[in-house]
Design a protein. Structure first.
Length: 363
């Protein structure tokens, strides 16, 4: 109990200092970039390509919310804990489920989805082990609602979206998607799935520019691009829509983790060091924030000015996932027909690794 209390004290101390920096989880940056020799995300934490005894085959999207991984690599945490991370990039977290089930991936990181829940329920041997992205405060989170400049004066609350053209740049069956559907339904939009159009985030940006959408739930950096180009104005933060939602997670293949407990723990130690460094750098602002932004820019092969103007990813301190949010989202999956049944938290989530990582030294 004391350890849990200390975690919340640290979390509050960090998050209260966080400045309002543009926005959250750039969930569409370079997701399809190839893992070539010039790609900073390709290969392992060292130069080796061949899998060795300390190799972790990790599935990622190559986006801004990979920040803890990028920082852990840049600052030598994986090397410190003797872990060689071999990154394989995917278009979505759902695409990682099959290779995880077949044993071709050891760990993955992506949006918390009905596909992941259903895979766990089917007995494919996967478990959620850490936070990969969340909406912990009004300043940090992964997506935001923007409204077209032409109708900005007419839209104040979610209920004002009735009868409007709403674009949702998030895949169905994911935590952010069902979260925004739930918020719209509570605002009086009776059938939000029919009242909205789900499309790629990049397509939402085009729709906003062409006047084909009055409002959009959109990930970074496209939300900030739409605003900077005069197609839209900022409206609601991710926290306004789904406060403290667990947007994405790190998950392990259970059999791999059981067979390699020290390696699984060492990977988590390095990951948590990277996540905490990120939060502390963002909270400190100034030069420390700039270092974080540059690491993200280098990792995603993005102009640092784009990162500086985007809302930055959000995480809970210690990378401890919010189990209440996960449980709530699973019930939304069931209500939407995306999952056949709700699972108990202990069937999905294993906090042993992040709890142990809290005791690891990053020095």
């Amino acid at each position: 109990m004391q350890q849990e209390s200390d975690r919340h004290i640290k979390e509050d101390a960090v998050l209260k200092k966080v400045p309002v920096v543009a926005s959250l989880l750039g969930a569409t940056l370079a997701a399809t970039a190839a893992c070539g020799p010039n790609n900073p995300r390709a290969g392992g934490s060292g130069a080796a390509d061949a899998a060795g005894p300390n190799t972790v085959r990790l599935g990622l999207l190559g986006i801004m919310s990979d920040a803890p991984i990028a920082i852990a690599r840049e600052r030598g945490y994986f090397e410190k804990f003797d872990v060689d991370v071999q990154i394989q990039e995917f278009d979505s977290g759902g695409d990682m489920v099959a290779p995880m089930a077949s044993g071709d991936l050891d760990a993955g990181g992506g949006a918390f989805s009905a596909g992941l829940v259903n895979s766990i329920a089917a007995g494919n041997g996967m478990e959620i082990v850490a936070d990969k992205g969340a909406f912990p405060t009004p300043e940090l989170g992964s997506q935001q609602f923007i409204v077209a400049e032409s109708v900005a004066d007419e839209i104040e609350e979610l209920s004002d979206l009735k009868g409007r053209k709403i674009a949702v740049g998030t895949a169905e069956g994911t935590a952010p998607y069902v979260g925004v559907m739930d918020a719209l339904k509570k605002a009086g939009i009776e059938d939000p799935r029919n009242a909205t159009t789900s499309m790629k985030s990049s397509d939402v940006l085009v729709a906003m520019k062409q006047g084909a959408a009055d409002a959009a739930w959109l990930s970074e950096p496209n939300a900030s691009l739409a605003i900077s180009e005069g197609a839209a104005v900022a409206w609601k933060s991710a926290y306004d829509i789904a406060p403290k939602e667990q947007d994405a997670t790190i998950f392990y293949r259970s059999e791999w983790a059981q067979e390699n407990p020290e390696l699984a723990q060492n990977f988590m130690n390095a990951y948590v060091c990277g996540a905490n460094d990120y939060l502390e750098g963002v909270a400190a602002g100034g030069a420390e924030l700039e270092k974080v932004q540059q690491i993200i820019a280098d990792y995603t092969e993005t102009n640092v000015e784009v990162v500086e103007h985007a809302h930055l990813p959000g995480y809970f301190y210690g990378a401890v996932p919010d189990t209440e949010s996960i449980e709530h989202t699973v019930h939304l999956f069931v209500e939407a027909g995306d999952s056949p049944k709700a699972l108990a938290i202990d069937e999905m989530v294993n906090l042993d690794y992040v709890n142990e990582a809290a005791n690891a030294s990053c020095e």
